[in-house]
Design a protein around this ligand. Structure first.
Ligand code: FAD
Length: 360
């Protein structure tokens, strides 16, 4: 890198961070991509790993391999722990790293609504390790049910509870029903895997609350047809090693999967920035952090409205669009008062997308 080019540090090589990096591929900048994992995880297909339809290698790709042809980008595996905005330093478990521009694309994680102890019994689905843990739990439940002779214990082992009727919960319930009904039914002698009970629990009044009611109805009917029991208006009040307590009673289960809530990574705390209820940084329409024109938060870690004033959802395409947008910001469009090294981020050939607010 020639002297004086801007140091751009991108934290997170998920959908948002990778898209920012790729968009900056022809820019004279010294880009560092930091992730605590050495791989990019394609989260939309994790449920297929969790139900043994795909192997982990199908949904995880080494970040440095993805970026191997991008000479202006260096990949470092490290855990980011904070930001000193005054000194423009990123704190990592390997020491501090200076930046001129910082893009935080650190995503979100599952939330147990203050009951983190439930994670020991009810794994969420976010990482490869979660998917393989759930897969092991599902397959071992069938194995143990084949061995035990007590019908009550057999019934418990063959009960699979999914907490949360959003997209992930719906996908998991459908996929477990499919393996129980179709994939495994001829493989066992003492049990009939088709007798497995798959229970999808949702605290609200319908599945997929973020989608139109007609789609909720369609999904509900499809899942019920596949053999899934759906319990709406039902709250889980406790998870333990043998099942869940509900506001309507007890449900014993061999496998519990948590798909009920997400909370953003702690980027807001690192920056001392304002956050919404899900912990997402309330960014400006250009995705910069108010008061910090050289720091951007994108993807699931950011709270921003679309051009119609609706909150941008936490989905992969939105994270990618935000990554592209930030990668295309022209230095001329950034607020005044930038240092010489900052303006050396030579992306003047690419103009800032027109219009103040983002369009999706
Ligand atoms: C099971 C599941 C299914 C989904 N299905 C769909 C779907 O079908 N369609 C869809 O559009 N969206 C889907 N999504 C949502 C989609 O995956 C997210 O919206 C998207 O991944 C967000 O991208 P991101 O870049 O903001 O964060 P992520 O893709 O989550 O990437 C964040 C990255 O930051 C890294 N990181 C976090 N904290 C640190 C730290 N402190 N230090 C270093 N690195 C850190 C992480 O290791 C990770 O690589 C699904 C999500 C899940 C969990």
């Amino acid at each position: 890198m020639p002297e004086g080019v801007a140091k751009v540090v991108i934290v997170g090589a998920g959908f948002g961070g990778l898209e920012t990096t790729r968009t900056l591929r022809r820019v004279a900048a010294d880009i560092t991509v930091i992730d605590r994992q050495n791989h990019h995880c394609f989260q939309p297909l994790l449920y297929q790993v969790a139900t043994a339809a795909l192997s982990p290698a199908d949904v995880a790709w080494p970040i440095r391999h993805i970026l191997r042809a991008q000479k202006n980008a260096t990949v470092l595996m490290a855990d980011v722990q904070g930001v000193d905005t005054a000194q423009k330093l990123l704190h990592t478990n390997f020491g501090d790293m200076p930046y001129d521009y910082l893009v935080l694309a650190t995503g979100a994680m599952h939330s147990y609504f203050g009951h983190d102890e439930w994670s020991a019994f009810a794994p969420g689905l976010k990482h490869i390790e979660d998917a393989t843990r759930i897969r092991r739990s599902i397959l071992i439940a069938f194995e143990q049910a084949e061995i035990v002779t007590d019908p009550i214990e057999q019934h418990r082992l063959l009960t699979f509870v999914i907490v949360g009727g959003g997209a992930t919960g719906v996908e998991m319930a459908g996929a477990i029903a499919e393996i129980a009904q179709q994939t495994l039914h001829a493989d066992f002698r003492r049990i009939d895997p088709r007798s497995a009970r798959i229970v999808l629990i949702e605290a609200g009044s319908r599945l997929l609350p973020a989608f139109p009611p007609a789609q909720s109805d369609y999904v509900r009917n499809t899942l019920m047809h596949a053999g899934v029991t759906i319990m709406t208006d039902t709250m889980v009040t406790k998870c333990d090693a043998r099942g869940v307590d509900l506001n309507s009673g007890r449900l014993d289960a061999g496998t519990i999967i948590w798909a009920a809530g997400v909370v953003a990574s702690p980027a807001a705390a690192w920056l001392g920035a304002e956050a919404d209820r899900a912990g997402r940084v309330k960014v400006a329409p250009d995705l910069s952090v108010p008061g910090h024109p050289n720091i951007f938060v994108i993807g699931d870690a950011a709270a921003v409205n679309d051009a119609k004033g609706r909150p941008v959802p936490g989905i992969a395409s939105a994270a990618k669009q935000m990554g592209q947008y930030v990668g295309k910001l022209s230095p001329r469009a950034l607020p005044a008062g930038l240092s010489a090294s900052r303006s050396a981020i030579c992306i003047s050939a690419i103009s800032r997308p027109s219009g103040g607010a983002l369009r999706w």
